[in-house]
Design a protein around this ligand. Structure first.
Ligand code: F6P
Length: 533
């Protein structure tokens, strides 16, 4: 990467932003809302999305300095490098070609050609499942499809299927991720073995959670009916052909992914198979097309019009200069209820690195906590903490203007009215003098400090294209931030340590060997015994 020799906080633009941050008064956001030109100046539309960032503590001068920082950190060169197919994931020696999965020209044409070939194969399979053209051992069409996968092999297809499938779609989808077997038991409780298809979705095919659920699903199927051939009921998505052989997945029912796709960037690949079965190939292609249009926008649009670049630089501004260490994602549309969980992995597995690409200790923070829940629900759970608490949070509201035809727009408008009111309450707050007719004791309880920042993203409708553009825009935002910091957003070494130790403990627990288990682990053994007696 081009800026590997620079430390972010030594650059001139970083220093300038530090100076500008010192000039941001605590009531900046609140006071700025009086400027009637602010909305027009700090909002933009791109590829079916509209972003209003007028409630962020930003001025034209700050935007100019943020652009200068992006230039100093050689963002354009980094984007070109990614597009050229360079090994952006330097610690694993891999390229990051996820854009090739949606037809954006990146790397050499071989990745694109392989991606296209695999896309056609898994979409053909998805449609055949939907139409009943592929069926189980006794010829029954598949009515239930169970995706067994975790992390990137679960969150993307789960989000897309929930967002875009309709009651008219012919297959019911279930997702099994957790290792404790509860989700699998729930998924199987009323499943008919003859009409159930399992997808084992795992880039590595070695992930403990997925392997253990896949083994349990296979055992269930065998036990349910000895005449069922598991090869008619299991398909798989993986890079690991040997492990798929060993599990017994039929060669025609395997779909490939590649090392150059990170798990959290893989929904566009065959990892999206469950979603493709749920929504059909036409919608899936439109989902990819929406992402492709966002790629083009991200790669080509000038900074002032470039949505992912501007919003990413604002994230940097808020986190590194204004001390925000959390991003709360609040979708005001139940169909995108899984967006916060999806973004949590995309952001928090890509960021949160302690060292830069060269292994040097990072001098600045590299990412915020990301969490959220549908906004309607949040208003009745943690919004109190956002409005009057002491945390330093940026809110990200995501609204959809038009609801599904069957539901109409009444609920959607109520949701959006609430979303706007929440954003206003965060920004404008309410001072003691604005509170009328209240007893003196209650006045301090009703004061809202306000001046809290928020971005509002709007989709005209939850079309496949708009959803594709939305998710791609977040991928690019995460990438831009990584370039500014100089970290590798495509590895996740921090998750390995616990996995290694878990294997040791699992072996000890299954052998009933308390020696070397931590105190709580010994208690687990004790209570397990007690339960058995
Ligand atoms: O443990 C983290 C992780 O490697 C994620 O990056 C990935 O999405 C998930 O596990 C699942 O991995 P796999 O698809 O290989 O089962």
């Amino acid at each position: 990467m081009t800026n590997a020799t620079l430390e972010p906080d030594t650059s001139a633009a970083w220093q300038e932003l530090g100076r500008l941050a010192a000039g941001i008064a605590p009531d900046f956001v609140r006071n700025a809302q009086a400027d009637v030109d602010r909305f027009a100046r700090f909002s933009l539309e791109a590829e079916s999305l509209f972003a209003d960032y007028s409630r962020c503590p930003v001025t034209p001068e700050i935007l100019t300095a943020l652009e200068a920082l992006a230039d100093e950190r050689e963002l354009d060169a980094a984007v070109s490098e990614m597009v050229s197919g360079a090994r952006m994931n330097n610690t694993e020696g891999r390229a990051a070609l996820h854009m090739a999965l949606r037809g954006t020209p990146v790397g050499d044409s071989s990745a694109a050609a392989e991606a296209q070939q695999e896309l056609e194969a898994f979409l053909r399979f998805a449609d055949a499942v939907r139409e009943g053209a592929v069926a189980g051992s006794f010829g029954a069409r598949f009515r239930t499809v169970i995706n067994i996968g975790i992390g990137g092999s679960d969150l993307g297809p789960r989000l897309v299927a929930r967002a875009l499938a309709t009651p008219a779609d012919p297959v019911e989808l279930r997702f099994v991720a957790g290792v404790d077997g509860i989700e699998l038991a729930d998924a199987l409780v009323d499943a008919d073995p003859a009409s159930t298809l399992f997808i084992i979705c795992s880039k590595t095919f070695t992930t403990l959670e997925t392997r253990s659920n896949a083994d349990a699903a296979l055992a269930w199927l065998r036990q349910a009916d000895a005449d069922i051939d598991p090869r008619d009921h299991f398909c798989a998505v993986s890079t690991n052909a040997e492990a798929m052989d060993e599990f017994g997945v039929h060669p025609d029912w395997r779909f490939r992914i590649w090392d150059w796709v990170g798990g959290r960037y893989s929904v566009w690949s065959a990892v999206g198979l469950a979603a493709a079965i749920a929504i059909g190939s036409d919608k899936f292609r439109r989902f990819l097309a929406g992402a492709r249009s966002m790629d083009e926008h991200f790669i080509n649009a000038p900074f002032a019009e470039n949505m992912p670049r501007i919003l990413a630089m604002l994230d940097i501004w808020e986190q590194n200069f204004l001390g925000k260490n959390a991003l709360v994602v609040l979708p005001y549309d139940q169909r995108i209820e899984f967006l916060p969980a999806y973004l949590q992995q995309l952001y928090m597995e890509s960021q949160g690195k302690a060292v830069d690409r060269e292994g040097r200790q990072m001098p600045v923070a590299t990412g915020a906590a990301v969490w959220g829940t549908p906004g309607s629900h949040a208003q009745h759970s943690f919004a109190q903490w956002l409005h009057q608490g002491f945390a330093s949070v940026t809110a990200e509201y995501v609204g959809v203007v038009n609801g599904p035809a069957a539901v109409g727009n009444n609920g959607q408008q109520l949701a959006l009215a609430n979303m706007l009111a929440q954003a206003d309450a965060l920004a404008l707050g309410r001072s003691a003098v604005e509170i009328d007719n209240e007893s003196a004791e209650l006045v301090p309880h009703k004061v809202h400090p306000g001046s809290r920042s928020a971005v509002i993203l709007l989709l005209k409708a939850l079309s496949p294209d708009a959803l594709g553009a939305l998710l791609a825009h977040y991928e690019h935002r995460v990438f831009v931030q990584s370039v500014i910091w100089g970290i590798n957003p495509f590895d996740q070494w921090g998750v390995e340590l616990g996995k290694i130790q878990a294997r040791v403990y699992a072996e000890k627990m299954s052998a009933g060997d308390a020696d070397g288990l931590p105190g709580a682990g010994r208690y687990v053994l004790r209570w397990t015994d007690a339960a058995e007696k």
